[in-house]
Design a protein around this ligand. Sequence first.
Ligand SMILES: Nc1ncnc2c1ncn2[C@@H]1O[C@H](COP(=O)(O)OP(=O)(O)OP(=O)(O)O)[C@@H](O)[C@H]1O
Length: 570
Amino acid sequence: MMRPRDAWLSPWLAAPLAEHRATFIKVGIAAILTNVFALATSLYSMTVYNRIVPNNATGSLIALSIGIGIILVFDFILRMLRGYFIDVAGREVDAKLGAAVFKTLTSMRLANKQGSAGAFAGLLREFETLRDFFASATIVAIVDVPFVILFLFVIWAIAGPVVLVPLLMIPVVVAASMAVQPGLDRMAGSVLGLGFSKQGVMVETIAGLETVKATAAGAMLERRWQAAVDESADTALRSRLLSAFAINVAASAQQIVYVGVVLYGVFLIADGKLTSGSLIAASILAGRCVAPLGQVAALLTRLSGTRAAYVRLDAFMSAGGEVAADANPVRRKRLEGRIAFRNVVFHYPGTTTRVLDDVSFDIAPGEKVAIVGRVGSGKSTVARLVLGLYQPTEGQVLIDGADVRQLHPDDLRRNIGSVLQDVTLFSGSIRDNIALGDPAIDDAELLRLARVSGTHDFVGQLANGFDLRLADRGEGLSGGQRQSIAIARALGNAPPIFVFDEPTSAMDSQSENALVSRLETELAGRTLLLVTHRQPLLKLVDRIIILNAGKIAVQGPRDDVLRSLATGQA
Ligand SMILES: Nc1ncnc2c1ncn2[C@@H]1O[C@H](COP(=O)(O)OP(=O)(O)OP(=O)(O)O)[C@@H](O)[C@H]1O
């Protein structure tokens, strides 16, 4: 979502707002009418004091009051409608923006992921700041501003020089609002500079609570938390003080204008240059001149925070997802299962170490290959590249002859059943975690997947079986149990390719052996790329590739490689 240089807002924000253009226009019209009605109320007071009171014209008073009564009813209805329109539009903008932010999150390139989970959680707050700004009635206050000129003009028309009082106060209010802006901007920006954000520390602590307790890391995290709280509380306090200054100047200005108008007006009345009716009308209108400026001052104090939130959210939204907006990815419903690496060089974003250095290999459809090697030799990275989670720095990763960069990520991942090294389950039932909401996985299929993966062995012993609800990240299950659920999930929908990264590292050897023999039949005819340290799993493969510091050290048929390893030749 690139933004043309001169565009005011990026499309992700401009589009949902533009959709509600009609609503904003309606709200604007309602605001205009409310202002006109305000004019009517002040003129009503003037007429009553100037004409009705001196002449005791009760009949006219009743007629006038009925008129003003009707106006007040309309005014009430318009205010209600204005609020309603804003709320309805706000809800829809909220839903659309929320959906766009979430979609961007799930389709972002991992290479663009910077910062912790907590920093990402912070995006939600930015989003709410932005939503509150655009979808709140406050923004409509801007509509009242042009009316200030009309009101000044009417004051001048009915009360002559009295208009000088609001005219002198307006620059004071505007100046106070402008004066606090740079400070507010600085503080809104300084939140960016916080070493540890509150969300960051909180999310990291919750996610790793067990480790935090077990390793007594609590004290360190508490210090980080305290530092983050102190810094953000300081910034919030200072920006609140600045905002309050601007808002209170506006509030006081309104009172000063009222008193000033009355004071000055009385002298004019004494000189016979003003009637008391006109003075009352002028004092009401003078209040209406300053009030919108007060609202705008309040709005401006939120502008800095909103602008900062927008900049941060925009950087995230505009970073570009896995599929560029102008890309035309190759669509393949069903892949055959051929994998090829062609002179692949890879380093992780922001680093210069070659994690993979000129790696080339071919895996035919249905072939099963294990990648083995020492810790940190780049095995998991090979798996990540096949899944298109990262893109090679140089060279190509081809699936069925197509570059993974060109294949649509949805097609790629639907065709690959994967189990990654760190198995992550989601909150919800075991059933949810295996089927992931896919209606094609019915009860019979679920049971079959559970049998093959070994999930059935322990789910069968649980009281509520597949409907057992798991806490976040599958807490409540053992590591091996989590892995077996992840295997069931990968086998679902019978994809032609499997990428398994240490799928049994937390299993006992009995479970592992049983799993291997069940997988032998299940994987027949499908491609398997298996990252492993475990001997029993090698039964599944035809070929072994040994990686050493990012380079292929040895590759060949399984038994040959194992034999050469045993004799110490590899
Ligand atoms: N997200 C990342 N950002 C930066 N560097 C990374 C990232 N992930 C891995 N690395 C680095 O890349 C190298 C290879 O990592 P990889 O996970 O592929 O190793 P591995 O062979 O699978 O190791 P293990 O057997 O421990 O799983 C390591 O040196 C690691 O430090």
